[in-house]
Design a protein. Structure first.
Length: 439
């Protein structure tokens, strides 16, 4: 080799360094050991992505099955090692046939004699004949699972995806998920129902001051507030109360809301409130099941003609209140029409249009400043205190008389405070709606 020739040893040195070096785990310096995810949890999580929350596969938990010949002590130890484990699938001839649960294992582990005489878990398996499939719906299988639990005291069930064991579910899993689904559905239904109530923005466009307060006895209810503008000077505001409560009643309130929404969408040209209310009753008579009905108090206001009308269809008393010379007067407006949904309101109103000499089945008043109109559902008078005493009509009338001098911005708070103080810790038995209109 030529002595003057230069040899590059950099590559060789690097190779030598790599060969002699050891990989260093940074966690040794940080004190944080790497946490490995449970393989079963990862597996279950990946599979659950293929199912909707309403399918059984979404609640199934995968646990590695054990053979029925496994020693009892081994299973006892498995449960001791994993406090969250409630049951283990057991298979015979490579097929899951049932489960051994923590409750059974705890009872056996407390008996030394049973542990000595039992060489395997075969005697303690709760065999399950029913098979659930991952793509089936939870709600459709709840009754089957519940019936088996009651009859055979079986709480865990195998779930298959096709022909393969997918995991296990318990009756509690079914009930918990059904509760979650119903809670979510109720929340959505509540939002839909509330969307049919008039918005504050719309209320502010009316040529008079209008405030309403509503509280349902349940998440869904049978009270409804509707507002509809016929023109720049004519409008209607109504308080509706459906017979019945909760989900069924809420569906019927939506029919009222959709009626007025349809009038807006079709640019209805009819400005006659009698025909509009008659049309509403005819519509409700077609869609409401027999035996159901809707009471209503509807106020029609015409600023151009300086008058307003009240159509009370089997509803609670509506109060007209006015102050004169520091004295407050009230005029009760009782029902002149039957409840809606049976077709009779339509017939009576249309008959009043045909016979001009007939006494109209509604109340008409001259419009003048200072008049207040109070409409409410019977839940307001029916609410009970902690001793079971009803609020009653007399207290309601006194409340609305006193409400006359309450500032507009404080009306909602005054209604809410009155309801809260009266019921105290008692349960609200019915939906409460109060509407305050001021000219």
């Amino acid at each position: 080799m030529d002595s003057e020739e230069t040899i590059d040893l950099s590559d060789f040195s690097q190779d030598l360094a790599d060969a002699n070096s050891e990989s260093v785990d940074e966690s040794l310096f940080t004190g944080e050991a790497k946490k490995e995810q449970n393989k079963e949890e990862v597996f279950s999580s990946m599979l659950h992505e293929d199912f909707s929350p309403k399918q059984i596969g979404s609640i199934a938990r995968y646990t590695e099955p054990v053979s029925s010949s496994v020693a009892l002590d081994a299973v006892i130890q498995t449960f001791r090692d994993d406090a969250s484990l409630q049951a283990i699938p057991v298979e015979e001839y490579d097929h899951v046939v049932g489960f051994i649960d923590r409750k059974t294992v705890d009872s056996v582990s407390g008996s030394m004699w049973k542990r000595i005489t039992s060489s395997s878990i075969a005697d303690y398996i709760k065999k399950v004949d029913v098979i659930l499939y991952a793509r089936e719906y939870i709600e459709n299988n709840l009754k089957t699972v519940s019936d088996i639990n009651r009859k055979y005291d079986i709480s865990y069930f195998p779930v298959f995806n096709g022909k393969s064991f997918f995991g296990m579910v318990s009756l509690d899993d079914f009930l918990d998920r059904m509760a979650e689904i119903r809670e979510q559905d109720l929340a959505k239904a509540c939002a839909i129902q509330q969307s049919f109530f008039p918005s504050e923005e719309f209320i502010s466009t009316l040529p008079y001051r209008c405030t309403f307060w509503n509280q349902m006895a349940n998440k869904l209810g049978g009270d409804m507030v509707a507002a509809y503008r016929l023109s720049d000077t004519c409008s209607m505001v109504g308080c509706f109360d459906v017979s019945g409560k909760n989900v069924a009643a809420s569906l019927l309130t939506v029919t009222v809301g959709t009626f007025f929404q349809s009038l807006l969408a079709t640019c209805n040209k009819d400005r006659n409130p009698v025909r509009i209310i008659a049309m509403l009753d005819a519509y409700l008579a077609r869609v409401i099941p027999p035996g159901n009905f809707i009471t209503a108090a509807i106020c029609y206001v015409d600023y151009e003609k300086k008058n307003f009308c009240i159509f009370n269809c089997g509803h609670t008393t509506t109060y007209l209140i006015r102050k004169q010379d520091d004295k407050i007067f009230n005029v009760p407006v009782d029902p002149k029409l039957p409840p809606m949904g049976m077709g009779e309101v339509h017939d009576q109103l249309m008959a009043s249009l045909e016979d001009k000499d007939a006494k109209p089945p509604y109340n008409a008043f001259k419009l003048s400043p200072g008049i207040h109109l109070s409409m409410y559902s019977d839940g307001f008078t029916d609410m009970k205190d902690e001793l079971g005493e009803r609020y009653e009509d007399a207290r309601a009338k006194d409340f609305f008389v006193k409400l006359y001098d309450t500032a507009d911005a404080e009306v909602k708070g005054e209604v809410e405070d009155t309801v809260r103080k009266w019921i105290g810790t008692a349960i609200l038995p019915d939906d409460v709606t109060v509407i305050d209109i001021r000219f």
